[in-house]
Design a protein. Structure first.
Length: 529
């Protein structure tokens, strides 16, 4: 309470001292004219507002998630320098990518329960602080094993999507909570692209001060670590757990907590709670549909996460200076530890057309498409829904996944950097649009278990990333471009699973049936009602 009074006093003093034009802006930013429901949840948005508790929590959740993603992949843009110093093999680096994703799955299992007990604000703060520690200490590593261990613990930051989504679910009315979750999830994911712009810039800035590159990267990783830790600590004093303030004061008349904690960073655009009038279908079809959506989400969000861990390295490995003879260096001794390493091949990037900064800049494009691509998928699904109802959503989903698979195969065949960049952008659009179409289907699978299904499907994304990174380990020393070709074929084939999805008693095949308008009216979905 003291922190609240202090912030209020500072605001009042600043407001009185500010010019008239600034006072009007501050009134807008701190607007409290937000309509609430009977439980204190916000029924509308005021994006320019940072008023407590609702809009402050909204902006805190996406910003924390953004910082977490920035820090989670903070080492990735600097890997070429780390490889050069520690004489790492391609498999060492690839295995560290697996470790960073694996930890996220572990944290996800427990984060929801912790949010239920302590509130999203404390869990978010704890994950940010804990994840920042190994990132700050990563400069102490001396081997590939050390890199794997450090990235494993940094991966805890990937679990912040649980409190991020839980937070907005507590603060916003069911009519807009889907939109709130989608916005904070999408904006937070931008951190995965932003870090490829930030870290090389920080690294180069430190080098211009006369610092050697091997020391520069060690200092550079401290920057996101400090920001991450400071953000975690600050939200404890500047935001709230729920509409009533502290978590212990929350009203218990909200949705079931197991549904709230199962939400995901790409949550669904659900329109509201409703009395179910679903077309009845056997439970086995519901289970089959959920299982297939889990697999398919691993084919889109899993590809996005895996892409964030390998793309900058792929461009360095793939595009070489013509006529340059790349030599393979076999390491016989690690001078820093005195340990003899037999048969370990060091990565030689001397023949690469790109450098660390340019490769990271290109890789950032893949993540930055989150700004609108995921929402584009949802809009695409809505358009098809308007004309074909549920089968339309299924068709939009299949088209996006099939497009993703085709573009991944095409990307694997690109021989020039400009063409690769162009195809990468198109591929990213399909990848993230597929995420949007997936979560446009989720609300219709089981009306009473929307949150639970959303969480289970979301977990498929992290599991998919783990599988794709494992495949990368096997191919990185052979031909890296095969990775995109293989995944492209798998994704295209997996898009055909959509033909087996059965939602509210309807499948994609219903589009082929010439139904009369009256018949369509009878099949009106529960969410429309």
């Amino acid at each position: 309470m003291n922190s609240v009074k202090t912030c209020k006093s500072i605001y009042i003093y600043t407001y009185k001292m500010a010019p008239h034009c600034c006072q009007r802006l501050m009134q807008k930013i701190h607007s409290k004219d937000i309509k609430l429901d009977e439980y204190g949840k916000a029924k509308e948005f005021c994006l320019l507002s940072i008023a407590r508790p609702h809009m402050r929590a909204f902006h805190s959740s996406w910003f924390c998630f953004f910082i977490a993603f920035t820090a989670w992949f903070g080492i990735q843009p600097l890997l070429p320098t780390i490889i050069k110093e520690l004489h790492l093999s391609r498999k060492d680096v690839a295995n560290s990518g697996i470790a960073s994703v694996a930890a996220t799955i572990i944290v996800r299992v427990s984060a929801g329960h912790l949010c239920d007990k302590f509130g999203p604000r404390r869990v978010m703060a704890t994950l940010l602080v804990i994840g920042s520690i190994p990132l700050a200490l990563s400069g102490l590593i001396t081997s590939g094993t050390g890199l794997i261990v450090v990235r494993l613990f940094i991966g805890f930051l990937g679990g912040t999507f649980v409190p991020c989504q839980f937070w907005t679910s507590i603060m916003f009315n069911y009519k807009i909570v889907g939109t709130a979750n989608a916005m904070v999830g999408g904006w937070g994911n931008l951190g995965g692209g932003f870090t490829f712009l930030l870290m090389p810039a920080v690294f180069q800035l430190i080098k211009t001060m006369g610092v050697h590159e091997f020391l520069a990267w060690k200092i550079a990783v401290v920057v996101p670590a400090v920001i991450c830790s400071a953000t975690g600590i600050s939200i404890l004093f500047t935001s709230d757990d729920c509409p009533q303030g502290e978590w212990i004061n929350r009203r218990h008349a909200h949705a079931k907590t197991e549904e709230l904690r199962a939400v995901h960073e790409e949550n669904l655009p659900m329109k509201g709670h409703h009395k179910s009038h679903l077309n009845k279908q056997p439970k086995v079809w519901t289970y089959i549909t959920i299982s297939l959506l889990i697999i398919q989400y691993g084919m889109c969000f899993g590809v996005e996460i895996a892409g964030n861990t390998i793309l900058n390295l792929y461009f360095l490995y793939k595009f070489k200076i013509e006529g340059c003879n790349e030599t393979t260096v076999t390491i016989s001794n690690n001078n820093s530890t005195g340990v003899t390493l037999i048969g370990v091949e060091e990565v030689d990037l001397s023949c690469s057309v790109l450098n660390q900064s340019t490769a990271s800049l290109i890789a950032s494009l893949f993540g930055l498409m989150n700004l609108f691509a995921r929402a584009l998928g949802g809009t695409f699904s809505d358009v098809f829904f308007k004309h074909y109802k549920i089968p339309g959503r299924l068709l939009a989903h299949q088209l996006c996944l099939a497009g993703e698979g085709i573009m991944l195969v095409i990307f694997s065949q690109m021989k020039t950097i400009p063409s690769a960049i162009f195809v990468l952008i198109i591929t990213s659009l399909f990848v993230q649009a597929s995420e949007g179409t997936t979560y446009s289907i989720v609300p219709y699978v089981h009306a009473k278990r929307i949150g639970v299904i959303a969480g289970v499907v979301g977990a498929g994304g992290n599991t998919g990333a783990l599988i794709w990174n494992t495949i990368w380990v096997q191919l990185v020393d052979v031909e890296p471009s095969w990775w995109f070709w293989i995944i492209g074929v798998i994704v295209f084939s997996g898009s055909m699973f959509t033909m087996l999805l059965r939602v509210e008693g309807m499948t994609i095949w219903h589009i082929l049936r010439k139904q009369e308008k009256g018949e369509n009216g009878e099949n009106e979905t529960a969410l429309e009602r």
